[in-house]
Design a protein around this ligand. Sequence first.
Ligand code: ZN
Length: 661
Amino acid sequence: MNRYKSASYLHGREAVSVFSRLMLWAMFLLLSLPEVLGQERGVSSDQSVKASSEGMKRSEAAAEQKARFVPPFDFPITFSGNFGELRANHFHGGLDFKTQGVEGKPVRALADGYISRLAVTHGSGYVMDVTYANGYTTINRHLSAFIGEPARRIEELQYRQETWEVELKLKPGEYPVKAGEVIALSGNTGYSFGPHLHLDMIEDATGDYIDPLPFFASQVKDHTAPRAEAIMLIPRRGKGVVMGGTLCRQFPPRPKQTLTAWGWVGAAIKAHDYMDGVHNRYGVHTVELEVDGQPVFRSVVDRFAPEETRYINSWNLSGFMKSVIDPGCRLRMLHDLNGHRGWVHINEERPYLFIYRLTDALGNRSEVRFTVHGRRSAIPSSPYPLAKIQISPVLSSRLSAGEEFSSSVVSSLGEEHPLPDVNSSDGGSAPKAASSDAVGNPGSPVSANEAVWVKYHWRWNQLHVMQEPGLQLVVPRGMLYDDVTLRYAVRADSGDVAFTYQLHDEALPLHNSCELRIRLRHRPLSDSTKYYVASVHSKGHRSYVGGRYDKGEMVARIRQLGTYTVAIDTIPPVIAPINRNSWAHTGTITFSAKDSETGIRHYRGTIDGHFALFGKPSAIRPYITCRLDPSRIKRGQRHQLVFTVTDNCGNSTTYQGEFYW
Ligand SMILES: [Zn+2]
């Protein structure tokens, strides 16, 4: 797998299209090699033990070599982020070096090697890879600029390809570098919230992202151990209870109340690491749990392969690092030390002493001790009872009209389970007026008071197909981390283009993207490019997922189970010139460009009919800029400017105007 492309999604929403292409490939692999990826955890945990001891040997080897790298800056190094911090859908892949609050700090080569790639991306800004002779490659992200010949090469490529986003792979002989040589300028480009240098370090032999910190240990001031904020007890589904109940419970690190449990329970901890003299919080390198002196679980955040990073969704439970390993989780950082994937059996009425040991990358260590009292209590056979979900009044009225959908919805009414209602409040936007239609209609096969019984109980190690009226979702093996009972429901959508499908009542991450097809019920617009699959959030707010039209359906790839529908975007982006009167004086043209519905896919500008190099230096600010280049534009006259921005459904807005420069 191409490391660079895999890496790019670590930092950018804009890299989503690259990501989805990769995922298509990954899906192909998963579908064609189910016996490899669908293995039982028992097999894979042996492998992970093996991998970890190799990993340890490699880290030791790395430690021996640490003198080989000089720091990237000539001022004392401090960090705004460390390797392996828990982020949304990924581990933070590198070290974030602080740059004294400013951009433009000279970035130095860490050893002898060569510049192996240059790229400009919306997600990571200006990016430079350096491959070193000692077996490691670094990726420097969020740079403000390249310098010298590489800078000229990239600009030439941008003009040749007529796009700001470019990539240039380089050969060893092209731009060799020496340790300490200035290679670029630090910045704040891409998905960055302040000036810093993000430095990924990749071990060439394995392609793994590794923690660069040990290489700089002698320059780092850190005598501060990690600190716990909270602990959590997790009752195992159908096999354990915590405080007499089936819900996860969180407590302060030194709980005042008596903690009780019975049956199989797991633990989790929320903790951060700190360094001397700075206020930043970092991820914790090692978490170890023992119970009554017996090792139970260990996590060591020292390396991961790009395809492993999304397993973070299996480990991270609302900011807590779980000390139990999901059966479908193949993250090598997690180690089962008790043969039960970290689950602890509380089967005697006595105190059980839990001890967490937290260690940072430089060996600073802290401990959290708490006691869980075994207290015999009943364990419900399933802590997540099959839920009944109200069918929306609007849907009932549709069904009563005898549409093709009715038969399969009716057939989906399984045997009766007298269980409590689930409050399916999310995403519903059904107009109230429609309910009266439904209630009075004697022909309705499903009245508003009846319910659709949950019929989706998915095993983590199987392929699943959800087939519903107007909906199909294929979830191959390897996508789920654990078994799940879906709280499926369907509702009419106020836009009326398609039903709104609640695949599950909370966002459940899938390991890779899965194909979702939603049938259009009405086509108010003949232009099929204006439809898109939208994710529906708790307050009815919708966000763009993507998708293409195919024979009456929208086909999209989704990375989590949630609520989805089809929406229409015919609203073009809004663009506005910023400080027009100062363009001539600053030599920079700036527009603000926003698209509320589907987001900006493309922008392009010309000056006097020729391509002008507009770029989006920040992924978090709406500005698109063009630096005027006297070698390309004749100074001292009026110029014709045309600037067009296009959204993801092909709606565009064009600005045309004159300016003097
Ligand atoms: Zn970073």
